[in-house]
Design a protein around this ligand. Structure first.
Ligand SMILES: NC(=O)c1ccc[n+]([C@@H]2O[C@H](COP(=O)([O-])OP(=O)(O)OC[C@H]3O[C@@H](n4cnc5c(N)ncnc54)[C@H](OP(=O)(O)O)[C@@H]3O)[C@@H](O)[C@H]2O)c1
Length: 310
């Protein structure tokens, strides 16, 4: 008999609201598979939900299991779910919550097989960050060679892939990051890195065709000044970007869409070594509450990943 331990929030608040609870084993519904979760990526949405910042946009019955992406093993399938079989190792974004548990159910359409060369922790670092980076670069139109792209938050999970995808598309990439992350971001291929703590990016760049805003706040508000006349800002961090855009400026709010085909292609690139994935740290379940807080306050470059086998 298996138990299913989940990491749930019981109220909105700080790290203290996250608790470990035994919960019932979920049953896969139509088109779903039951996953034994091996690893799960930590994301900004974890603390935004925990703090209650998105409670109006995503009303949530509490207690709620957090976690929006995973890697794990298929242990059961719904009668109409045929893409995977028991024992398959899969990865994906959930398109919802529930990854911080020993077992969870996921729409099989959102998942892909983990390439043989990748472990569970490596796989769990990829779904949200890679799909967001790939899609956000295309949200205002296809990237084109010679385009000047400014990426805010380039040292983070999404930013690290956005830098690489933008360079692969032939763009000139300027990134903002803390000085301590400069070498990391240059190593991903950025043409220039502006130390966000020591310099003002608007003093350093102008004529930017596309700003990828992974930060929001005043970083976004200061970014309109560096745009080319027909430039655009796409944000993953400021849902109200359109209202904040000055007259005549184009601001696009972006939300990642699960895409199993795209994810499989990108994971294949990581497995082949042609795309770099950086894991900032791997934590066990006792370290999750603090890790979500570090994701909010600042962390080493790359992704924090929860290893549920620890
Ligand atoms: N809408 C969507 O579908 C979607 C999907 C994924 C993520 N997101 C959101 O997108 C944002 C980025 O996600 P992520 O997973 O990449 O987060 P992350 O891993 O925490 O990375 C953010 C990075 O931004 C850097 N940073 C912090 N303040 C900055 C500033 N003022 N200027 C420039 N860089 C700054 C930090 O690195 P340094 O300290 O080294 O500079 C930090 O590591 C989060 O708000 C997340 O919730 C949205």
């Amino acid at each position: 008999m298996y138990t299913n331990q989940a990491l749930r929030i019981h109220a909105y608040g700080g790290p203290e609201v996250l608790q470990r609870d035994d919960i019932p084993m979920p049953v896969p519904g139509a088109g779903q598979v039951l996953i034994r979760v091996k690893a799960a990526g930590v994301n900004g949405l974890d603390w935004k939900i925990r703090d209650g910042l998105v409670r109006d946009a995503f009303p949530l019955p509490l207690p709620a299991v957090l976690g929006i992406e995973l890697a794990g093993e298929v242990v059961a399938t719904a009668p109409d779910a045929a893409r995977f079989k028991t024992g398959d190792c899969v990865m994906g974004p959930l398109g919802g919550l529930g990854a911080y548990a020993d077992f969870t159910v996921v729409d099989e359409a959102k998942l892909c097989l983990i390439p043989a060369a990748l472990g569970d922790v490596e796989a769990a670092a990829l779904p949200v960050a890679t799909l967001t980076a790939w899609q956000v670069l295309r949200a205002a139109g296809a990237p084109r060679p010679g385009q000047k792209i400014l990426i805010h938050g380039a040292a983070g999970g999404v930013g690290g892939f956005a830098v690489q995808f933008a360079k692969a598309a032939g763009a000139t990439v300027v990134a903002t990051a803390a000085g301590a992350s400069r070498a990391h971001v240059l190593g991903l291929g950025a043409d220039a890195v502006i130390d966000r703590l020591a310099e003002r990016f608007e003093d350093k760049v102008d004529g930017i065709d596309l700003v990828i805003d992974l930060v929001g706040g005043e970083t976004l508000d200061r970014s309109w000044a560096v745009l080319a006349a027909d430039g655009a800002i796409v944000s993953t961090a400021a849902p109200d970007i359109a209202q904040r855009a000055p007259a005549g400026r184009r601001g696009v709010w972006f939300m990642m869409q699960p895409d199993a085909v795209q994810l499989a292609q990108i994971a294949g690139q990581v497995a082949a070594g042609s795309l770099k994935s950086t894991i900032a740290e791997t934590i066990g379940r006792s370290g999750l509450a603090d890790a979500i807080e570090r994701n909010k306050q600042g962390h080493a470059p790359g992704k924090i990943v929860l290893d549920l086998t620890l």
